[in-house]
Design a protein around this ligand. Structure first.
Ligand code: ARG
Length: 462
């Protein structure tokens, strides 16, 4: 039979189906440490305010410590006959200290309690995600560093566009993760608000010292409206959104790993240890890991859309619908942590085929923009230069040649000012070297960004 913390006004026991459907213990059990941490702070404050006696408080605190240890060691784990984690902790307390344990709920409701527990959970998990982002960033930076001067085609519309450095391409993902890190970091200021004292919705009648509880639990401030405090799940939505953007970034990187490991691209090889096989085709080596990261992005988006939808029509204040926040939250947290960990390791298992990458920059007129820039240097407007180079490309295509394979005479026919120094503008390596502008793909510029990234990662750590 489910043990509930209500029942006085009921003349019938709840139906078994009600308990089955209503209970959240199967998933909110993982909030136990936060539930106890909150109860400890609340209990100390009740004693300090003279609302309960010091003796009662000390025996409750000892018992709460025991319950924590038992739960840490997997005790009470089979115990699913409580409605939720708040009930489990309270009933366990009463089992240990008798009915005085019920005083723990003085001036408190499960509505402000669950808001508190969820905030404590999000605060911790955000920090864990931030640390995991950094680990993944390190893997990206070290891959960029060891491939600093490797040339590859840069794409737009998935058509070869201009030569770039592989390190520059990789460092683009470092930038995305840097924004993700900051996004999570900034969200903390909205998480770190202490809701206890709001009680069910109207605030408590007792003289609670809310600031004391906030201090004990390391919150920056207390909530300013009890109705908002028990019905606000913006901080969960923030997390789900931030997780979605992060997953979108990991998914784009995954997509490139899948694409680049194909025979069609042949840009990289993933180690056997990080690849999988086919049950029927003996020759297959599949990139299941990046595919799964890409796939799991869907569930992160789903969790965000799900909770946004759950919240949209809710009248103030607490509604049971909001219990639906937790599985989404836990799932997204677990998903991003796992995907960051897998991506960080996977990047260490990738070897790039620099010859294939370089060869790909030599076919497809990737230096055409540089040729136009060269003509601009001769005093021609860019639009005119663009037109001329377009015609030269047609000539080259017709002869199945690349631009550097056109003779000086052939080129001069398009513009007399073209001279033999033009060939320096038609070599992919040299065109990259000309882009040391800050933020550009030149090797010096990229090296600077790699060094800056390493410095930032060190300071974030320190
Ligand atoms: N399990 C509930 C939740 O997750 C806890 C709060 C329940 N409050 C209530 N009044 N039934 O939202």
């Amino acid at each position: 039979m489910t043990k509930n913390v209500w029942g006085g006004r009921f003349s019938q026991e709840p139906d078994a189906l009600v308990n089955l459907f209503n209970a959240s213990i199967s998933f909110d059990r993982q909030l136990y440490a936060y539930d106890i941490e909150g109860s400890v702070a609340h209990c100390r404050m009740l004693a300090k305010q003279g609302i309960i006696s010091d003796e009662d408080a000390s025996s409750m605190l000892v018992a709460l410590g025991e319950i924590k240890r038992e739960l840490d060691h997997g005790g009470l784990s089979e115990n699913d006959d409580y409605e939720d984690i708040h009930t489990l902790v309270e009933k366990s307390l009463v089992e240990k200290v008798g009915s005085l344990g019920e005083k723990i709920h003085t001036g408190r409701s499960r509505n402000d309690q669950v808001a508190l527990d969820t905030r404590l959970y999000v605060r911790d998990v955000v920090q864990e995600v931030m640390t995991s982002i950094q680990a993944c960033q390190k893997a990206i930076v070290s891959l960029a560093e060891s491939n600093l001067t490797v040339l590859m085609p840069g794409y737009t519309h998935l058509q070869r566009a201009q030569p770039v450095l592989l390190s520059h391409h990789l460092m683009a993902y470092y930038e995305m993760l840097k924004r993700d890190y900051v996004r999570f970091e900034e969200s903390l200021s909205r998480v770190n608000v202490m809701p206890l004292g709001s009680a069910a919705l109207a605030g408590a009648t007792f003289d609670l010292d809310r600031e004391m509880v906030a201090n004990e639990l390391g919150f920056d401030r207390i909530s300013r409206n009890s109705m908002d405090a028990v019905s606000d799940r913006d901080f969960v939505l923030d997390f789900l959104y931030n997780a979605s953007v992060l997953m979108m970034h990991l998914s784009r990187l995954s997509e490139e790993l899948v694409l680049w490991s194909s025979q069609e691209f042949g840009f990289l090889v993933i180690s056997d240890a990080f690849s999988t096989g086919s049950s029927i085709m003996p020759q297959k080596k599949n990139p299941d890991l990046p595919e799964l990261i890409r796939g799991k992005t869907g569930r992160a988006y789903g969790n965000l859309m799900g909770l946004l939808t759950t919240m949209k029509g809710l009248p103030l204040a607490y509604n049971k619908d909001m219990q639906e926040d937790k599985e989404a939250l836990f799932d997204s947290a677990q998903t991003v942590l796992m995907c960051l960990r897998v991506m960080g390791s996977l990047l260490g298992e990738v070897s790039f085929r620099s010859d294939t990458l370089k060869a790909a920059t030599e076919k497809g007129y990737l230096v055409a923009t540089d040729l136009a820039d060269y003509l601009v240097g001769k005093g021609i407007t860019f639009r005119e230069a663009h037109e001329i180079v377009g015609k030269m490309v047609v000539l080259a295509i017709e002869g199945n040649r690349e631009l550097h394979e056109l003779s000086l005479e052939e080129m001069k026919a398009y513009n007399r000012q073209i001279d033999k120094d033009v060939y320096a503008w038609l070599d992919p390596q040299l065109t990259v070297g000309r882009r040391n502008i800050p933020g550009g793909t030149g090797p010096d510029a990229v090296k600077n960004e790699i060094e800056a990234a390493k410095r930032l990662l060190r300071t974030e750590e320190g």
